[in-house]
Design a protein around this ligand. Structure first.
Ligand code: PEP
Ligand code: MG
Length: 561
């Protein structure tokens, strides 16, 4: 009989693939499995797992080729040293002997006690050791669970099952060719979900119970549009999914014919359709879908899946490559937006990360993080039309501070004789309600505004964008949100500066009429959505859209636009 798990679908694709269980969460054992009868053999099992983990690391070290960065070898050496430390070799064994518990639980208990110590450390470098500890512990847990790492690297055609997936994991999964993923937790506006859409990975998040119900290795059918994943399917269901995969491909091909058509409404209004990218390599996908520029380059993704932040030179090359790749089309680069759910190794988070040191707040406090990025940006600016925008702006003061820093960095580069430009347009992301309300003041100081609806909705409606328990409240059409959007668009028009939208709302064809009716003409979205949005625009009458927007602003029930 078919088994169905439901959650929140990300994207509208379907996938068929074998389940790959990614063990990353806490070990959960039923009460009757927690204790062992034979302590001596459990100790032996643990010792054997540590030995196997060390052998795996040595083998990985042996595979490092000469052209790989030295840090990788150092990274593995650190883990090998940890595996030989008494904390790992003896600590869990003591617990197995004292309490008669399973090796998995003993290891987890030792890990928790150590993490507590790391968390109390002030030194950020020492805090990063906590991540190393977690990697080492997870490696041993995987061995204890009978997993073999040689099966992990290639995920082509597989559907990954996990408790949760971080944005950094999503990038790795894509690189390994994953067909889709299913998570117990997560919500549709998390950065992981945004990445899944942008990387064209169909996914179902917030599927509570999926990890317990679905089995590693069994064939799954995933329907992201319906937020459902099926196991034990019969031939008829399988044929249905295969047909859907074919239709999906067919629709993509049909949309491709719009690539070079103008983004113009039936009544002749011109629109600008831009792409959101995470890494310079995404430029190719943006161009394939006819993007007229990059409206949001999320630069923080250069900082993920690594121990050390990228240096100035690496960042300069990434920004330059994006500009050259767009071949004269504009690129809007967003300065670092780290914090909240986008963390990097070693970063400390306050008690309420979404309201804490995130985006520009963090950058202004950490010049050692921000100045190399600004230097890289100014140097890259000579290679094409660059715009720069600042995330998480709350006050005009923050943008003035950024302008002053840009001028200072420009003087520094000039003194060093380094080629650069500092005369690019500077804008703010409007994603905090205070910034939307203060949009006229921001518009007076800046060259453009870009509305980040993902956060603007989160902060306006007071719902954590990564918490699936409140995902049902995430409503882009809430009259409070629409009034803020109208205010920002009006402020831009009054100050005669461009206003764009780069939140997920801009890439949703069903919202195009409403946004056009509010006066928005610049939309930036994940590249895969560009052609469907263009199709909608070409079928639009902006005068009717305006009436539609008025009704929505008044909170009236909406007819189909
Ligand atoms: C937004 O908040 O709408 C946005 C585009 O930024 P991010 O999703 O990266 O927070
Ligand atoms: Mg944001």
């Amino acid at each position: 009989m078919t088994l169905a798990c439901t959650g929140i679908g990300i994207g509208d694709g379907v996938a068929i693939g074998d389940a790959w269980l990614l063990r990353q969460g806490r070990v959960q054992l039923a009460p009757d499995q927690r204790h062992v009868g034979d302590v001596a053999s459990e100790v032996a099992r643990y010792r054997a797992a540590v030995t196997v983990a060390a052998e795996q690391l040595k083998a990985a070290r042996g595979e490092i080729s000469g052209d790989m960065p030295e840090d990788i070898a150092e990274f593995i050496d650190t883990h090998l040293l940890m595996l030989q430390d008494k904390v790992i070799t003896d600590g869990p064994i003591k617990l197995i002997r004292q309490q008669g518990i399973r090796a998995e639980l003993a290891l987890q208990a030792r890990r928790d006690a150590l993490v507590d110590v790391f968390d109390r450390m002030e030194d950020p470098y020492l805090r990063t050791r906590k991540d190393d500890l977690d990697h080492v512990v997870q490696r041993i847990q995987r061995v204890l669970a009978g997993e073999h790492p040689e099966q992990v690297p290639n995920l082509a055609g597989r559907i990954v099952l996990a408790d949760d997936i971080t944005p950094a994991d999503a990038v790795l999964l894509k690189q390994r060719g994953v067909a889709g993923f299913v998570t117990e937790y997560g919500s549709p506006m998390s950065h992981t979900a945004i990445l899944a859409r942008s990387l064209n990975i169909p996914a179902v998040v917030g599927a509570h119970g999926a990890v317990a119900c679905l089995r590693h290795g069994e064939t799954l059918m995933l329907d992201a549009a319906q937020g459902i994943v099926l196991a034990d399917c019969d031939a008829r269901t399988r044929a249905h999914f295969e047909r859907r995969l074919g239709d999906q491909q067919h629709r993509r091909t049909a949309l491709r014919s719009l690539r070079d058509e103008p983004a113009q409404s039936r009544d002749g209004e011109c629109f600008e359709l831009l792409a959101n990218i995470e890494l310079p390599d995404d430029v190719a996908e943006a161009r394939r879908n006819g993007a007229q520029g990059v409206g949001l380059f999320r630069t923080e993704f250069l900082y993920m899946n690594r121990d050390q932040p990228p240096g100035e030179e690496e960042q300069y090359q990434a920004y330059r490559d994006a500009l050259l790749g767009m071949d004269g089309l504009p690129v809007t680069l967003r300065t670092l937006d780290l914090g909240a759910d986008k963390t990097v190794t070693g970063a400390s988070q306050g008690g309420n990360p979404a309201l804490g040191l995130r985006g520009i707040r963090l950058c202004l406090q950490e010049p050692t993080l921000f100045r190399p990025q600004l230097r890289a940006i100014l140097r890259a600016a000579v290679h094409g039309p660059l715009n720069v925008m600042v995330p998480m702006v709350t006050t005009v003061w923050e943008t003035l501070h950024v302008r002053a820093l840009i001028e200072d960095v420009s003087r520094e580069l000039a003194a060093e004789g380094v080629e650069h430009r500092a005369d690019f347009p500077l804008g703010a992301m409007i994603e905090v309600p205070a910034a939307a309300l203060a949009a006229p003041a921001l518009a007076a100081e800046l060259d453009f505004l870009s509305i980040g609806t993902n956060d603007l909705i989160q902060y306006t409606l007071a719902i954590d964008r990564v918490d699936d328990a409140v995902a049902y409240l995430y409503d882009p059409l809430h009259p409070a949100v629409l009034q803020l959007l109208q205010r920002v668009i009006d402020a831009g028009r009054a100050a005669d500066i461009p206003v764009s939208m780069c939140g997920e709302m801009a890439g949703e064809p069903t919202h195009v009429a409403l946004l056009a009716g509010l006066g928005l003409r610049r939309f930036s979205m994940q590249p895969g959505a560009l052609l469907a949005v263009k199709e909608r625009i070409r079928d639009l009458d902006t005068r009717r859209a305006q009436e539609y927007a008025c009704q929505a602003l008044a909170g009236q029930a909406l007819p189909i636009a």
